[in-house]
Design a binder for this molecule. Structure first.
Ligand code: 7RM
Length: 636
């Protein structure tokens, strides 16, 4: 990519205004300047949010891996593309150069082909944060297969649901993974998942922990011997601009997870261009995003965005607490990290530990700090700014979503003056709108409302896999002709945005989106449970934690409540994963309901947050006596 960055605030406004007045010219110039195309587009944009349909760079042909790998070889072949830092600090870091990445991606692409995978087929990737994860993603893209990465912390049931929803034919996994002191037996989770996923015909297994695992005849193969035999050349599949690149699942407030579909050209353009400007990326930087590639942040800002810029991107296998709470800071010093991108939940966890863990490391290489996943509270912001950035590195508080593909509202470092808790200004090309309850746009400043986007941007998800109707209902039906984000926001006197949080039933725990419905569904499977309602409550480290109100069935026999609590969390772990475990479980005689039978979660949220002095409007409440009873026994 060319070296051009937005350099000061006036220039930002100038660029922003152009992106709104002439969006097609704006995005055409960026596409022309920064990428290699096999065929030029016929039309930059066509769109209709009422269908909804969005197409960027129609008619163009390309392969995203040529942009992320091949084109860097001539000038930067020996530069490190992926810098792998293992869980165990005694194990050597691996520097995978662009030359080597090219070979490894092509080898895996050839293996996938030899297993019968073709353009358009879905491949599920269920791997820990090892280089093979990024390589698998790129190998799929090389041959036009659609990757569906499932975070390796998800349970067998969650994995199976996702595999089945998108009809994956093949799974790439490993014998296990390292996480801090623990080893996790991934392969047996896959085995269990595949009992309910008969469509998977092949499993490729990466050897990571050298455990004794069983390979199922005719289905499972060790990956390495196949790679050893594979050619290091693989012609890239020529893709249409709007061909799907990947599916990534995100939980909704109701129903099963939504497989968000991202397509090729627009996603590439937007992630690459945002990466460069939001992180002020320069040629010799060593960039580290601590997310897992199982989330959108990892897709866009560990793999595609950085590699499209020819950057060095760090992949860390471990956890911030192993071998001690200084691990992040040790890695920053060791690899002279220039940009560090993490989540508020991690910052809060580390801020709780002794400052010595930070102070004993030289963090002077840092130039930009990033935050993503949930609102960053003021205390965490200051801790990050003072102790990590030493008040010299700007913090970019980046607001975006799985559905948006790339960063939407963010400061630009060294350009936008920051204020803690404000994600500040829309990125060029992004046109936010705040809406009131009657569906009217709220204009002017110092207002708050529901955050919508009123014009398409290149990396907007195009559909929900297999369910376009649900895509329309979820994102384009609340407000006419606008994309609804599900978040509330306020706009201050100078036009800065502050995201205030979800306005639906999605709870963000440690930066992970959890829908209440699937958790409730899981709990309700316990034989002793009659009904349940989950809400979030503020938590020092996780941002939000889960509070469960559970009505037990009256079976006549007394049950040990401690055991039931444990069993409920076990069921949740099996169905969703340990991430969705409840911190507090209160057994209640009933739930506050409206006359039409809806649970009044607002009241439950107040109780869980210990704000019972003002419950707000309770006029529609059917059973006030239940509320009093719940308050009396609340766990606070
Ligand atoms: C990238 C990612 C999306 C939801 C989103 C928000 C919340 C994310 C911020 C934030 C306030 C931020 N994708 N969110 N970033 N809220 N400030 N900087 O997290 O699909 O997993 O989550 O996360 O509620 O709608 S996601």
């Amino acid at each position: 990519m060319s070296n051009y960055h937005i350099k000061h605030l006036e220039e930002y406004y100038k660029v922003y205004r152009k992106s709104v007045r002439e969006p097609e010219v704006f995005w055409e110039e960026i596409a022309e300047e920064h990428f290699v195309w096999r065929k030029r587009w016929d039309k930059v944009l066509s769109w209709d949010f009422s269908k909804p349909e969005v197409k960027w760079y129609e008619g163009a042909q390309l392969n995203i891996t040529e942009n992320c790998i091949d084109r860097h070889l001539r000038t930067n072949g020996n530069k490190t593309a992926i810098l792998f830092e293992p869980n165990n600090p005694e194990e050597a870091a691996q520097h995978i150069t662009y030359n080597r990445l090219y070979e490894r991606v092509n080898q895996l692409a050839n293996v996938l082909k030899s297993q019968g995978i073709q353009k358009g087929d879905r491949v599920c990737v269920y791997l820990p944060m090892i280089p093979e994860l990024a390589i698998s993603v790129l190998a799929c893209a090389r041959i036009g297969a659609i990757h569906s990465v499932v975070f390796a912390g998800f349970s067998a049931t969650a994995l199976s649901t996702r595999i089945n929803d998108s009809d994956c034919k093949l799974v790439i996994t490993s014998d296990g993974s390292y996480r801090g002191k623990k080893t996790i037996d991934l392969k047996s989770i896959v085995d269990e998942a595949l009992e309910d996923s008969p469509g998977v015909t092949n499993v490729l297994v990466v050897k990571r922990i050298n455990s004794d695992i069983v390979l199922k005849e005719g289905r499972d193969l060790w990956l390495q011997p196949l790679l050893d035999e594979a050619s290091i050349e693989c012609e890239p599949e020529i893709m249409e601009a709007e061909d799907p690149l990947f599916i990534l699942y995100t939980s909704g407030s109701t129903g099963k997870p939504k497989g968000m579909v991202h397509t090729t050209a627009g996603y590439m353009v937007y992630t690459a261009y945002t990466f460069k400007n939001v992180f002020n990326y320069r040629a010799n930087d060593v960039y580290w995003c601590t997310a897992d590639i199982g989330w959108i942040t990892g897709h866009s800002y560990i793999v595609y965005g950085p590699l499209a810029n020819g950057a060095t991107t760090v992949m860390f296998e471990g956890v911030p607490s192993y071998p001690d709470y200084g691990r992040f800071w040790e890695i920053i010093e060791k690899h002279k990290i220039t940009q560090f991108y993490t989540a508020p939940t991690a910052i809060r966890a580390l801020a709780k530990e002794k400052l010595e863990f930070v102070d004993k490391h030289d963090l002077s290489s840092l130039k930009v700090l990033g935050s993503v996943g949930e609102p960053i509270n003021e205390e965490a912001w200051h801790w990050y700014n003072d102790n990590v950035g030493k008040k010299k590195s700007p913090i970019v508080d980046t607001w975006w979503q799985t559905e948006t593909g790339g960063i939407m509202v963010t400061p630009l470092p060294y350009v936008t003056p920051t204020i803690p808790t404000y994600a500040t200004l829309p990125f060029p090309g992004i046109q936010p709108a705040l809406m009131d309850e009657n569906g009217e746009e709220i204009t002017g400043n110092q207002v708050d409302g529901r955050l919508c986007i009123k014009f398409p941007w290149p990396s907007i998800a195009r559909t929900i896999w297999g369910n376009h109707q649900r895509y329309k209902e979820t994102y384009f039906s609340a407000y006419e002709n606008k994309y609804f984000t599900g978040d509330g926001a306020l706009r201050d006197a100078v036009g800065y945005y502050r995201i205030t949080g979800r306005v639906d039933d999605v709870i963000i725990v440690s930066g992970h989106n959890l829908g209440t419905a699937p958790i409730e569904d899981a709990i309700n499977e316990h034989p002793a449970v009659a009904e349940s309602a989950i809400v979030g409550f503020p938590h020092d480290i996780k941002g939000n934690a889960l509070y469960g109100y559970v009505i037990l069935k009256e079976t006549g026999e007394s049950r040990d409540q401690t055991n039931v609590r444990k069993e409920i969390n076990q069921i949740i772990t099996e169905h969703i994963g340990p991430i969705a475990k409840l911190d507090k479980i209160q057994f209640v005689p009933g739930l506050p309901k409206t006359r039409s039978g809806k649970i009044m979660r607002r009241i439950l949220r107040k109780i869980a947050g210990n704000e019972t002095s003002n419950l707000g409007d309770t006029s529609t409440l059917l059973n006030p006596e239940v509320v009093e009873e719940i308050i009396k026994n609340a766990i606070i």
